[in-house]
Design a protein around this ligand. Structure first.
Ligand code: PHE
Length: 507
């Protein structure tokens, strides 16, 4: 009988009155489990309802079935030993294991057989005749007459010899459900336009919503980009060192704050359209206090404080041009100016944010990237302070060996490129740029003359690429970045690189 026919037969039977699942199964030649499955599915659509009944019975284990005809192993063992002299142990051991092992043990316990040690060890009978009581009990249990078996014997058969098992099962009394019908209607999953038009929705059976939450697909979002992970690490390092974060929210900056305040001459090649993005609309903005602008102009044109300046005619129009900031030093300039206006106090600032350069994009350069910058402002700072703080800073990144190379920046003097022995790359790499801000930059801001400012900067991309083993910057940032790499990259432990190396070295 196929599934559909069985379903029909069951519904028909139930229409006449309550049905016992086991009786129904045997009457229809169906497996009881299959009837139960059918019943559960009909019950879920309320065509039937059911009440379960628990059953339990003692059943013979498969091996015990065989003993019903052949006798128990101990009886078989007894039969295998002839009366009188018995049988040499060596021959007896050649018999089937059930007899020579289990049977022998049981027969010895019951004192039916014994072993006689001598030159040739022999197995001999200890009784003239035996009664196979265990078999008698097994027969009784098999016939359903458990009551006639003494409880102690039954216990031994179940627990010790494991020849009898307790079996449990359920049967069901099946009756009509709230929505009983002789045929199951296929429940509709959707309410369709046609159903609405022809009115069939009135009688249609609809599938229930499954409101039990299943294991949903793992959410795709919520992964942190490697640059943001490294940024967070840098931020924590700066905060631990007592630095305060500068506001970096102005991507669009004026030439004034990006270049002029840093005493970078207006004819400097970096101010060219080849290196800098200029805004079209609005192309200009006047975003600096006039007195400060005039002091900066004077410094550019004729200098002051022992400087001769750049000796050219400074143009306001150039300073007012809106550009995308080319470095975060523009942020530092704004911040130092504000510090001077608010009244100088020693300060430590940092910033980590995006900068823009009109450059050809290649494996290591993008037109947009991120800079990390640290600035310390105090009375009487020296190059020694800068070197000292750089050692502290880079040690926290796991780089303890540094080298410095004289360099040039329009706004710092002296200036130093920073090289570090990179424990992961096992070589010296350039890790940043640094210097002491020129007095030509600080004096017009209004900072006291004895105040020095030391600063350093690096890109965020470079350490991130090293950390995450990325050799093409386009795989890290920009439209070609794979979302999967954002999802799968590990957590960032910047300061761990040194420790990781030491662990390896001592392994
Ligand atoms: N602004 C520099 C750059 O873009 C980095 C730097 C910051 C250098 C502070 C000196 C001091 O490379």
């Amino acid at each position: 009988m196929d599934d559909a026919a069985l379903e029909k037969a069951l519904l028909l039977a139930v229409s006449a009155g309550d049905v016992e699942s086991d009786a129904f199964a045997s009457a229809n030649g169906a497996d009881h489990k299959k009837v139960v499955g059918l019943l559960k599915s009909l019950e879920s659509s309320e065509l039937v309802r059911s009440a379960a009944r628990d059953h339990g019975a003692l059943k013979l284990a498969a091996e015990a079935q065989a003993y019903l005809t052949q006798g128990t192993p101990e009886a078989q063992a007894f039969a295998a030993v002839p009366p009188g002299a018995g049988v040499p142990l060596a021959d007896f051991k050649k018999l089937d294991k059930t007899i020579s092992d289990i049977g022998f043990k049981q027969a010895m316990q019951q004192k039916w057989l014994a072993m006689e040690k001598g030159e040739v060890p022999m197995v001999v009978r200890k009784a003239d005749a035996v009664e196979d009581t265990a078999r008698k009990y097994l027969e009784a249990i098999n016939a359903g007459d458990v009551a006639s078996v003494p409880p102690k014997e039954l216990d031994a058969l179940v627990k010790k010899r494991k020849l009898v098992k307790q079996e449990t099962w359920k049967t069901f009394t099946i009756g009509k459900g709230a929505k009983f019908a002789l045929e199951r209607k296929k429940a509709a999953a959707d309410l369709t336009k046609e159903m609405l038009q022809d009115g069939s929705w009135r009688d249609a059976e609809f599938k229930q919503y499954n409101l039990v939450p299943g294991a949903g697909a793992p959410p795709n979002g919520g992964c942190v980009h490697p640059l943001l992970k490294v940024r967070q690490q840098f931020r924590e390092i700066f905060l631990q060192m007592g630095f305060a974060e500068m506001p970096t929210n102005n991507f669009v900056e004026s030439g004034f704050w990006n270049f002029d305040t840093l005493i970078q001459p207006q004819m400097h090649p970096a101010r060219d359209a080849h290196d800098t993005f200029f805004m079209k609309t609005p192309a200009v903005a006047n975003r600096a206090p006039e007195d400060y602008v005039q002091r900066v102009r004077a410094m550019h044109e004729s200098g002051g404080h022992g400087s001769i300046g750049h000796q050219y005619s400074w143009k306001r129009s150039e300073a007012d041009k809106n550009i995308l900031r080319t470095h975060t030093t523009a942020v530092s300039a704004r911040c130092l100016h504000k510090l001077a206006q608010d009244g100088f106090r020693p300060a430590k600032f940092f910033s980590i944010d995006r900068v823009f350069r009109n450059e050809a994009v290649d494996r290591t350069h993008l037109a947009e990237f991120h800079q990390v910058e640290g600035v310390i402002c105090d009375v009487g700072l020296t190059l020694g302070d800068l070197i000292g703080v750089l050692y502290q800073f880079f040690a926290r990144l796991g780089m303890t060996q540094l080298r410095f190379k004289p360099a040039f920046n329009p706004y710092t003097e002296p200036s130093m490129e920073i090289f570090a022995y990179h424990p992961m790359l096992k070589k010296w790499v350039e890790v940043g740029n640094s210097g002491m801000f020129r007095p030509e930059m600080l004096i017009p801001m209004g900072l006291p003359e004895d105040v020095n400012v030391i600063a350093w900067g690096l890109s965020l991309e470079r350490p991130t690429m090293i950390m995450y083993g990325i050799d093409n910057i386009r795989d890290l940032f920009g439209s070609k970045m794979q979302m999967s790499s954002v999802k799968n990259n590990p957590v960032c432990r910047l300061g761990m690189i040194e420790q990781r190396e030491t662990v390896k070295a001592t392994e």
